[in-house]
Write a protein that binds this ligand. Structure first.
Ligand code: SAM
Ligand code: SF4
Length: 466
C-alpha cells in the first residue's frame, strides 16, 4: 500500500512485492556484476538487493561473503566497537507479543532502577572496562514520566570509578515527541536507536495488540522527529522472524532513502536482532518467519553491500559462533557481557526480569580475548560524537575512506586503556602482541604518530584521541 500521508514514511509494499516477484535476476553474470558494483562503495538498488537475497548457489554465496568482507575492511578496517546495554526499567504499557516486558505478562517481576541503583550498575560496567552504554527501557516510566530517562542519562555520565567513566550514552526508548527529542539531544546522547520491528503493516498490527506501540505511523516517523530535533545519529533496526526478511530489508532501504532525501544523511547504524525466546511469549518461541543461520549471514552481507557507510550492530542475542561469522561480513559494533534485566550487572536481580534469553554469555574480557585472536582491534572509541563528527560530517569523512584512519588509531588508544586498567593477564599478553603487530604493519609516519599516543596512555593519561 502506498501511503503518501505526511504523517508517515511512505513504504511502498506493492513495489517491494513486485520487485521480489518479477525483478529478481538469478544469472551468475548479473550477480557478479552486482558484487563488482558493490565494491565501488556506492550502495545497491532495490533490484540488486532483491537478487542478492535470492542467491543460494554455494560458490556465489562465498563470493558474496568475500565481497562483503572486502567492503567492511575497506571502510571500517579491523576495529570492532564494544558497548553494553543498560536496562533501567522493564515497566511497559504495550502488548508486543514477542516481548517478556509486555504489560499483561505476569511471569516477569517489574522494576525501575532508582538513580542510586543506576549508579551502581554503571560502576559495575565501568569496572569491567566499558566506555559506551546503550540505555534501554520499556514504554512506561516511574512517576516523573520521561524525565526519568533524562535523570538516568545524567546519572550515567556523572559516574567516575577508578580511571574510568562512560563517555557515550546511546538510547533505545519508545518514540518521543519533538519536544522530548530536543530534551534528549540536550542530555548529550550519542545515537537514538529504535527498531521498526516489522515494516509490514498488517504483521505489525497482528503482533502489537495493545498500547501506543500499536500505531505503526507514530513509530516509523520517530526518526524524522529525532532528526528534526537535531539528533544527527539515529539507529534503525528490524526484529527478524516476524515477517519475510527479503521484504523487510527492501522496506528498510525505503526508510533509509526517505531519511537521506529529507535530511541529507541516512541512519548511523542498523541493528539486526533475531527473535529470541522470551519468558511468557509463545510467539518468540515459534517465530512466524524464522531466519536460518545462513540467511542471517546473508542479511548482514547484503546490508554491508547495500549501505556500506552505515554501522551494523550485533547483540549478544546471537551465539559466539554466529557473532564471529558475521564480524567478518560487515558488523562494526557489538555488545559484550550483556544482561537484559534491570539490576543485572550488580547481580542482585534474577533472570525472571529479563527481556529475552541471550546467546552469548561470555564476559567482556573473554569477548575481547576472542576478537583479538581473530585479528580485530577491540575499540571503546567515542571520539566522533564528542568532536561533533556526527550525521553529515561523519559521512563526509567516511565516504572518502578517511574515517578508517581515525578509527584505527582511536581503537588502539582505547584498547591500550583497557589492557592497562582492566584486562586479565592472558588478554593483556595477547592484546599487546596484537598491538605490536598492527603498529609494525603501519607506514612509518602513521606508526610514529600512533606510538606517541599509545605512550601517553601508557604513562597514565586517559581519553586520548584524534
Ligand atoms: N520499549 C522500547 C521499544 O519497544 O521500542 C525500547 C526497548 S525494547 C526493550 C528494545 C527492542 O528489543 C525492541 O525494539 C525489540 O526489537 C527487541 N525485542 C523485544 N523482544 C525480543 C525478543 N523476544 N527477542 C529479540 N529481541 C526482542
Ligand atoms: Fe514494551 Fe518495548 Fe517490550 Fe514492546 S518491545 S513490550 S514496547 S519493552
Amino acid at each position: 500500500m502506498l501511503n503518501t500521508d505526511e504523517n508517515t514514511v511512505p513504504i511502498n509494499e506493492q513495489q517491494i512485492f513486485d520487485t521480489l516477484k518479477n525483478k529478481v535476476r538469478k544469472d551468475e553474470i548479473y550477480i557478479r556484476e552486482v558484487l563488482a558494483k558493490a565494491l565501488d562503495l556506492k550502495g545497491l538498488n532495490e533490484q540488486e538487493i532483491a537478487s542478492l537475497s535470492a542467491v543460494s548457489d554455494p560458490d556465489l554465496l562465498k563470493e558474496m561473503f568475500n565481497t562483503a568482507k572486502k567492503v567492511k575492511e575497506e571502510i571500517y578496517g579491523k576495529r570492532l566497537v564494544l558497548f553494553a546495554p543498560l536496562y533501567v526499567s522493564n515497566l511497559c504499557k504495550n502488548e508486543c507479543l514477542y516481548c517478556a516486558f509486555r504489560r499483561s505478562n505476569k511471569l516477569v517481576r517489574r522494576k525501575a532502577l532508582s538513580q542510586e541503583e543506576v549508579r551502581q550498575e554503571v560502576e559495575a560496567l565501568v569496572e569491567q572496562g566499558h566506555k559506551r552504554i546503550l540505555l534501554v527501557a520499556g514504554e512506561s516510566y516511574p512517576s516523573e514520566g520521561f524525565d526519568y530517562i533524562l535523570k538516568c542519562i545524567e546519572t550515567i555520565y556523572s559516574v567516575k570509578k577508578g580511571r574510568g567513566e562512560i563517555r557515550r550514552v546511546n538510547v533505545n526508548v519508545a518514540p518521543l515527541t519533538l519536544e522530548e527529542f530536543k530534551e534528549l539531544k540536550s542530555a548529550k546522547i550519542g545515537t537514538y536507536q529504535l527498531f521498526q520491528e516489522t515494516y509490514h503493516r498488517e504483521t505489525y498490527g497482528k503482533v502489537h495488540i495493545g498500547g501506543v506501540k500499536r500505531d505503526f505511523d507514530w513509530r516509523i516517523t520517530a526518526m524524522d522527529r529525532a532528526m528534526e530535533a537535531g539528533i544527527d545519529d539515529v539507529g534503525v533496526g528490524i526484529l527478524f522472524g516476524l515477517f519475510d526478511w527479503r521484504f523487510e530489508i527492501l522496506a528498510l532501504m525505503q526508510h533509509i532513502r526517505h531519511l537521506e532525501k529529507k535530511f541529507g544523511v541516512g541512519p548511523h547504524t542498523i541493528s539486526v536482532p533475531r527473535l529470541e525466546p522470551a519468558v511468557g511469549s509463545e510467539l518468540s518461541a515459534h517465530p512466524p518467519y524464522p531466519v536460518s543461520d545462513i540467511d542471517f549471514r546473508k542479511i548482514v552481507a547484503i546490508l554491508r553491500l547495500a549501505v556500506p557507510y552505515t554501522g551494523i550492530i550485533m547483540s549478544t542475542r546471537e551465539t559466539p559462533n554466529i557473532r564471529r561469522e558475521t564480524f567478518a561480513l560487515g558488523v562494526s559494533q557489538i555488545s559484550a557481557g550483556s544482561r537484559t534485566n534491570p539490576g543485572g550487572y550488580t547481580g542482585r536481580e534474577e533472570e525472571d526480569m529479563s527481556q529475552f534469553s541471550l546467546g552469548d554469555h561470555r564476559s567482556l574480557d573473554e569477548v575481547i580475548y576472542d576478537i583479538s585472536q581473530l585479528g580485530y582491534i577491540p575499540s571503546f572509541c567515542t571520539a566522533c560524537y564528542r568532536l561533533g563528527r556526527t550525521g553529515v560530517d561523519f559521512m563526509d569523512l567516511a565516504k572518502p575512506g578517511l574515517i578508517k584512519n581515525h578509527c584505527e588509531i582511536n581503537a588502539l588508544t582505547t584498547f591500550v586503556e583497557y589492557l592497562e586498567d582492566y584486562a586479565s593477564p592472558p588478554t593483556k599478553e595477547l592484546g599487546w602482541k596484537r598491538i605490536e603487530e598492527i603498529l609494525s604493519s603501519m607506514p612509518e609516519g602513521r606508526r610514529n604518530k600512533t606510538q606517541k599516543l599509545i605512550d601517553r596512555v601508557k604513562s597514565g593519561e586517559r581519553d586520548v584521541f584524534v
